[in-house]
Every structure is written in structure tokens, then in C-alpha cells.
Design a protein around this ligand. Sequence first.
Ligand SMILES: Cc1ncc(COP(=O)(O)O)c(C=O)c1O
Length: 417
Amino acid sequence: MKETPKLNITQSRKLYEEALELVPGGVLGARKPTDFIDGEYPIFLESGKGCRLTDVDGNEFVDFLCGYGPIILGYREEEVDEAVYRQIRDKGFCFTLTQGYQNLLARKLTQLVPSSEMSIFLKTGSDATTASIRIARAHTGKLKVMRCGYHGWHDWCVEMKGGIPSKFWEDVFEFRYNRLDQLEELMALHGENTAAIIMTPFGHPNHQKMQIPEPGFLEGVRKIADQYGAVLVYDEIRTGFRLSMGGAQKLYGVTPDLTVLGKAMANGYPLSVVTGKRQIMMAAEKKLFISSTFFPNSEAFVAALKTIEILERDQVLESIWEKGAWFMEKIQGLLDAHNVGAQLSGVAPMFYITFKKDETGAYKAKRTDFYTQLIRKGFFFTPFHHAYISHRHTRADLELTLTAMDEAFAFIKDKYP
Ligand SMILES: Cc1ncc(COP(=O)(O)O)c(C=O)c1O
């Protein structure tokens, strides 16, 4: 099997060299070349439409990162963008006071998300997870936090501790997904002083296989939260408006006290929310302060209302589950046929191809080769983050992707006999 030639990414590299002079690290966080395969992936994009991206060198890709999660419909989704243009042109979106869209969206959430009774809207996922912890602490008068999953870049939860006094994170303890025993142990030590248990209801730990909840896990966490009077927060930043219209909580049938949503809610426009039980949310009325100049801006509310309207009208998530299930079955077929140590995890709307660790470390080289072949062929996945599929991925796009995967696995099989 022939190796696919390297992409021309000259312009990307040029912009990156320039960026290194202007922005620390050139680009931020998970957009860094080291979060992909350095030298193989583009670093700067020019445009996107539907499920496709074009980089600054003119390379085109079928994209499976979906902007790291917000793109549930597609890039430049006309109906959503038109609604936003109309809002900007005819009414405006940044004012001294709040526009009524806030109420419309808060009401809509009460109809869709099981835990939703009252909502506070913010901009980023990190804003919202942080707000949920502040609300839980104010409500309970307790300090400690149990966490499971990535919750953003703020002081209490970010993995890199540089620049953060230890007092901001030393009362936060981590347990692993599906490890009720770890939470039980932590709560036996700290339960009486625990304000919140915050977790992703579906397991998507960074760089690792995805996990669905084992029988009794979510129910067990719910029970422990109740037993100690801790606020149970579901971080549904990735799973909200993706696994179901009511999030993973609706799918798995366990309701938290507070829910945090963002990403897919507005198909790319910046909006997040803490939504939950009235009695707990009311702590935010008088006991604490949450406000920011841009939080009430209406363009993202309009985008969210339109996105949700389309998701419901066109039964988008049902169709994503259907085509995603088909796609995963075909991928599994390729894994079985080639048997190169790759494994598939996740659920139809978000899945991940990882490589089984081996003693020699060869899995890393195979992983690099697999994802290198895919990006060179024009399919944008990354070794270090799971994939998403969107409404605009057609069966034909997925078939093209399967052909590329088939060739990439065959290449690995030849290279590592
Ligand atoms: C589960 C989860 N929570 C919180 C966040 C933080 O969101 P943001 O990057 O919008 O601040 C993310 C971002 O990827 C996330 O995946």
C-alpha cells in the first residue's frame, strides 16, 4: 500500500512563524501543532462549509472535529446565520439592558432538559462550570468539590497549575469515570464538607477511550450526592444537544441538580448556560455575583433558538444516531479485518479510534501513521481527541471516509507486519 504524499502546508507554517512573534505559543490550547501531528496538519484555516474545511493553503478536508464540538448542524449553516444577520441588522444585539430572547431560551430549556427549572446564560463552557460550582458552594455553604472529566481552563479545575495559588484547587478532588468506589472513598473522607459533585454523564476523558456508564454508576453517584447533601452537576458541555435534546441525562435517565450546557446549543455562537433546580439556582439571586458585559448579548440566543428549532424540526439527532451507528459498525468491520491494534469507543454522535497500548510503544507509531494518512487524504481527525459527526455529514462523506480508513489501516498493516 503506497504512502499518501504529504500536504503542502507552507502558508500555514508561515502564519505560524509570524504568530509565534505575536501570540505566546502562536495559537492557543488544543489548536497547537503538538495537539495534532506536528508538520502534517494545517495550523490555520481559511473557511468552512457544511462538514468541510479549507485551510490557508487551499487543502480541503472532511472534518470530524466540528470546531471541537459546537458544530452540530454544519459550518456556515445558512438558516442560523441568517437569523443572526437579521438580528444584528434589524434590531441589534449588544445593549444596556437585556432583550427578551433570554426568557424564550430559558423556557425552552425547561421543556427539554430534565434538570432545568431556572437558567443563567454565560459565554463559554468554563464560565458555566465555574458558575455551577459557585452556586453549589453558596447554596450548601460547603467548600469541597469532587470532579470527573475536563471542565475548562479556570483556576479550580485546569490541569496545568501554573499561575494558580494552590488554595484555589486544593479542595477539588478527582475521581475516574465508572469508578464509584473512588467517589465513595473520597466522600467517606470529605463528604460532610462537599458542595458539589461535577461530572460528565458520559465518559470522555482526555486522550483516552470513551466510556458509556456501567449499570448503576450514574444512579450510584446520584445516591451519594443525596446522602451527603452535595449538589450533583452534570457537565454536558459536549453531550448537550448532541446525545439527545435533553442531554445524556435524558438518554441515561438520571437527573442531576444542575446542568451545564454550551458548545452545540448555538451551532458555534458563543453561549453557555447553568440550568437547574430552582431551589439551588436561587442562591445566585442574592448570595453571589455572576455578570459580564457580553453575557446578555442576543445574537447567540437567537442562534441557539434557531439551532434548537432546526434540531427538533429535522430530527437531526435521530439522524446523527442512525448514520453514526452505521458508520461505527463499518469502522468496527475495518478494525476487525485489519487487526492492527486499533480500537473504537464511544457512541454514534461522538466516537474515538485509539490504539491499544503495547510494551514496545509501537502503538504510538501506528497511531501517528494512521492519523497522518487520514489528514493527507483529506479527512480531519486527530489522535488526541475523539471525533464528532454533524448533520451535514452525508452518507457519501462517510463512505469516502471509510475508504480512506481502509487504505490507512492497510498501510499500517504493510508497515508493521
Ligand atoms: C466537558 C467540557 N466541559 C467544559 C469545557 C470548557 O468549555 P470552554 O472551552 O467553552 O470553556 C469543555 C471544553 O472542551 C468540555 O469539553
